[in-house]
Write a protein that binds this ligand. Structure first.
Ligand code: CTP
Length: 402
């Protein structure tokens, strides 16, 4: 995120989930976000404004006619200069108001008068959520460009089980930060590879590596946050599926190359994060190999180099490589960047990166090395995307550069 603190208007409507809005406000403030809380009268039945005032460090407003507002134009003033409005929880009634442009209290009026992005975290009984009327309102809001976060499936305050729980505050904070990311790749098409590849030895065994896929998934997510259309070609990982990208699952390096080649037309930026196995097994057995007392020899043949293949195409997209080295990071990474003819290569030490949630990264480009401090992979992925966007824009100006 940029240095200037982001400003968020947090709107709380009437629902049991309102108590979670207190934790949400606390987490947002902790992340350096400037939070202004506005509550509906119904929300005040569930949680007191004093709690939100203490947590946000600012007066909380509930009334359109509140005479603490100097200009008397709260419905307009409150959303001027804010980066987003987040409604959490968003009740069924409030979704109706948003979908129909009803402006009969402070919160609904300022939502109508805003020009910034609107996010809403629906929370209600599962029957209310699945009701056709609510679903009509939800569909309308999506068409209107409102970002709906959740709801979640689970046990509800009323004891029923189903869709309707508000997303947990931590998850909402992640989604809010994602929405705040600058749209530096708006309308561009980005292809990312992630995870390890798996080269079969027989029906059950294979050669793979310890890549978790976390960095590649984080890069795909960060590209989506930056406004790109993202395709992710993913080797086998244990990660939850990504909803922000078209995901093409593959196993072997050859399958990964085939998937990349099928998807590459019209791609602007190719980010090759995958830890591709350098060799595959010649003549893998279709059946499980039985154990015996003899030495088993595997014959290995080199895999195609996917990124090298793409770089050498006519009209190649802007290509970014990754490297995990176990020693001499700066020297090996820069050599690899030059050997692969890449304008940008992101590198780290294997021992710092494989399987972990945090990592360190050094970006190598024509200007030299740019170390990024240790941080969660999602944060590093956002920094990498910002760097790619800068180089990509420069590359568009002088496309003859590598
Ligand atoms: N890469 C690729 N296809 C391969 C091997 C690597 O596309 N068959 C890509 C990786 O996705 C990464 C970059 O090339 O972006 C560097 O990968 P790495 O495994 O570090 O490089 P290698 O060329 O395999 O070199 P070495 O294993 O000898 O370090």
């Amino acid at each position: 995120m940029s240095d200037k603190p982001k400003r968020l208007l947090l709107g709380i409507t009437g629902g049991v989930g309102a108590y979670k809005a207190a934790e949400l406000a606390r987490l947002l403030v902790k992340r350096g976000i400037d939070v202004q809380v506005v509550m509906t009268q119904a929300a005040c039945q569930f949680i007191g404004p004093a709690t939100l005032q203490a947590l946000s460090g600012k007066p909380v407003f509930t009334d359109l006619w509140d005479n603490r507002i100097d200009t008397g134009m709260a419905h307009i003033e409150f959303t001027r200069g804010v980066d987003g409005v987040m409604i959490a929880p968003a009740s069924a009634d409030f979704l109706f108001k948003l979908a129909h442009g009803v402006a009969d209290d402070l919160l609904s009026t300022l939502c109508l008068a805003r020009s910034c992005p609107l996010l809403a975290a629906p929370a209600m009984n599962q029957q209310m959520w699945s009701n056709a009327a609510t679903q009509r309102n939800v569909a309308q809001l999506r068409r209107d460009g409102v970002t709906l976060l959740g709801p979640d499936y689970g046990v509800q305050a009323c004891g029923e089980i189903g869709m309707g729980r508000m997303l947990e505050p931590e998850a909402l904070v992640e989604r809010i930060e994602a929405a705040f990311q600058p749209k530096v790749l708006k309308d561009l098409s980005v292809l990312v590879t992630a995870g390890p590849t798996f080269e079969a030895i027989d029906a059950v065994r294979g050669i793979t590596n310890r890549s978790s896929g976390k960095m590649g998934f984080a890069v795909a997510r960060a590209a989506h946050e930056a406004g790109a259309r993202v395709t992710l070609v993913a080797g086998p990982t244990c990660l939850p599926p990504l909803s922000d990208a078209t995901v093409l699952p593959v196993e072997s390096a050859q399958q990964m190359l085939d998937a990349v080649e099928r998807a590459i037309d019209d791609v602007d930026i190719f980010i090759s994060v995958a830890a591709v196995a350098d060799y595959y097994v010649l003549n893998p057995s279709e059946q499980k190999i039985k154990k015996d007392a003899h030495i088993l020899t595997l014959e290995l043949a080199p895999n195609p180099d996917i990124v090298a293949n793409i770089v050498s195409r006519p009209n190649a997209p802007f290509c970014v490589g990754f490297a995990a080295e176990s020693e001499n990071l700066y020297e090996f990474a820069e050599l690899k960047r030059r050997r692969k003819n890449l304008p940008l290569l992101a590198a780290n030490l294997v021992q710092d990166a494989v399987g972990t949630d945090d990592s360190e990264l050094v970006l190598f480009d024509d200007e030299g090395a740019h170390p990024l401090a240790r941080a969660p992979k999602q944060v590093l992925a956002r920094q990498l995307i910002a760097h790619i966007a800068k180089l990509f824009a420069a590359h568009q100006q002088s496309p003859s550069a590598p």
